[in-house]
Design a protein around this ligand. Structure first.
Ligand code: GAP
Length: 504
């Protein structure tokens, strides 16, 4: 079975995600997160919050609405420019996104290519409709924004990106806060895009979640960052446009990168990479920043490097986020459309701040996490999620459901639930319960057995190594904390003579 199909199958069987409105046949491009997927996504979002809001005391999270004024999207340029190229089949009427269709067909990128050039490539390669093999009609564009009506006559839009919520609130927040720059406004929430051809599960959806940080700063200070010295020798994994032919990723120090990009920009690239390497534990060799050419850049960006991760199921690198220097494109646009002065007084002058945006697609990151963590060996399949990201921190079981072990296990669960997310399971053999926890990626299982009643110790088992040690019940919360922070199981307790339940 292909990896994507395996992830989909386990997701549906165990409860990570599945098609939305399924009992009515489903809706293409819409997925519901089930109980495990929601727990995983919450963990990811909380870790993102902690890391990125922790970068500066003047960074905060806000929660603007998802339906926003029509003018917001006119001012931002989305009504006019947020379009994808499409082709329609003459025979069956199927509409496809032209650049993605060619990408799948010819295995190279066609992002940002002009409509005329796309039409040429389709003709030259005799590309047909993927559904009925019919001929493809002329190429056109389709806007991605979802319009909504409020009452009978007020037009608005579901937000196409969370970012605009930060721009329209910037002035108020600046006044409420310390009136100083840089000011960061983070939003984690849904965005909506009428994608022509949604596909690859959580990778291209019509309703998805973004985690975005908008950093408002004085553009005259773009060549400096007060903490740059800390990362100047740190090596970034970069894939500049000039490497496209040999497909090579370079490792370049931040100091070296400032020959091509401003210090403020490079500093934040380093922080993004550290988030992926040190927090999400993404293998270094499958991560890169991809520089976009002028044709490929989003219409609002001056500098645009995508964050990419290599995924087997997608046959190569996939964009999971981006570092965007949006200049004053958005604030000046809103100033013009709203006729409000959006300049602020900072650094002894009046200015319209510029914006550096750190943008992440949460669902694409969750999909990547599922695919990269999925492991199978002769005996079992399991998700080796980074411990701190697993849907549950630990599981608690009584070895058998009698002799007072069930009561003891319930007590242990209650003790641990005060601090951690705990999954309790008392059905089936102990071996089957371990396998179930492996399959949903719970990093540690705690088993209460007959010895527990004698000496108040329990067995703890590591999902990845299947090794087991015994620890005192009174130490359990501290032991779990240390385990989640990365300590080896062996250093946390006394080895057990015989592992139980591993080979059932
Ligand atoms: N505010 C900037 C912005 O929205 P973007 O590159 O259009 O930039 C940011 O989107 C991220 O959102 C992407 O890198 C991707 O991870 C995610 N994303 C975009 N479209 C998506 C879709 N249709 N389904 C799932 N994730 C998507």
């Amino acid at each position: 079975m292909q990896k994507e199909n395996k992830i989909e199958e386990i997701s549906r069987r165990r409860g990570f995600f599945w098609t939305s409105s399924e009992i009515y046949g489903g809706l293409s491009g819409f997925y519901d997160y089930a109980h495990l997927g929601t727990a995983l996504k919450n963990k990811w979002e909380n870790i993102w919050r902690k890391f990125f809001l922790g970068l500066d005391d003047n960074f905060f999270e806000i929660s603007p609405t998802e339906i926003m004024h029509e003018k917001v999207w006119q001012a931002s340029g989305h009504v006019e420019s947020f379009v994808d190229p499409v082709v329609k089949c003459k025979k069956c009427g199927n509409v496809e996104r032209a650049d993605k269709l060619l990408e799948e067909h010819l295995k190279e990128s066609f992002e940002g290519i002009s409509l005329n050039d796309l039409a040429e490539v389709i003709k030259k390669n005799n590309v047909k409709c993927p559904k009925c093999k019919g001929p493809l009609e002329e190429i056109g564009v389709l806007n991605l924004m979802f319009p909504v009506m409020i009452g009978n006559d007020v037009k608005a839009y579901l937000r196409g990106e969370t970012a605009q919520g930060a721009y329209v609130n910037f002035n108020r927040e600046f006044e409420c806060l310390r009136k100083k720059l840089p000011l960061g406004l983070a939003i984690i929430g849904r965005a909506y895009r009428n994608e022509i051809s949604p596909r690859n599960l959580l990778i291209r959806m019509r309703e998805f979640t973004q985690a975005e940080l908008q950093i408002f700063f004085d553009s005259e200070k773009i060549e400096q960052h007060s903490k740059f010295a800390e990362i100047k020798n740190y090596k970034l994994h970069v894939y500049p446009t000039k490497n496209r032919d040999d497909n090579k990723t370079n490792q370049v120090t931040c100091e070296e990168m400032t020959k091509h990009l401003p210090e403020f920009y490079v500093f934040h690239m380093a922080k993004v990479q550290q988030f992926f390497f040190d927090v999400l534990k993404i293998p270094k060799e499958i991560f890169r920043f991809k520089e976009l050419s002028d044709e490929e850049k989003a219409f609002y960006n001056k500098y645009h490097w995508d964050i990419e991760i290599k995924l087997e199921s997608l046959g190569g690198f996939v964009e999971v986020g981006g570092v965007h220097y949006r200049t004053d494109h958005d604030l000046s646009g809103h100033q013009k459309f709203s006729k409000q002065d959006l300049s602020v007084f900072a650094d002894n002058k009046r200015l319209v701040p510029h914006v550096l945006e750190l943008s992440f697609g949460v669902d694409r990151n969750i999909y990547a996490l599922l695919e990269l963590s999925y492991k199978e060996d002769k005996e079992r399949t399991f998700f080796a999620f980074p411990r701190a990201l697993s849907p549950f921190d630990c599981a608690v079981f009584p070895l058998v459901n009698k002799d007072g072990l069930d009561k003891k296990a319930e007590e242990i669960k209650a003790l641990m639930k005060q601090r951690f997310s705990v999954f309790y399971d008392d059905s089936g053999s102990i071996g089957r319960r371990y396998r179930r926890m492996d399959e949903i990626g719970v990093p540690l299982s705690v088993t209460c057995d007959h010895q527990t009643l004698d000496d108040k110790t329990v067995t703890i088992r590591d999902r990845d190594t299947m090794k087991q040690v015994r620890v005192k019940i009174t130490n359990l919360n501290e032991v779990l904390q240390r385990f989640l922070e990365g300590e080896e199981l062996e250093s946390l307790g006394v080895p057990v003579k015989k592992f139980i339940g591993n080979d059932e």
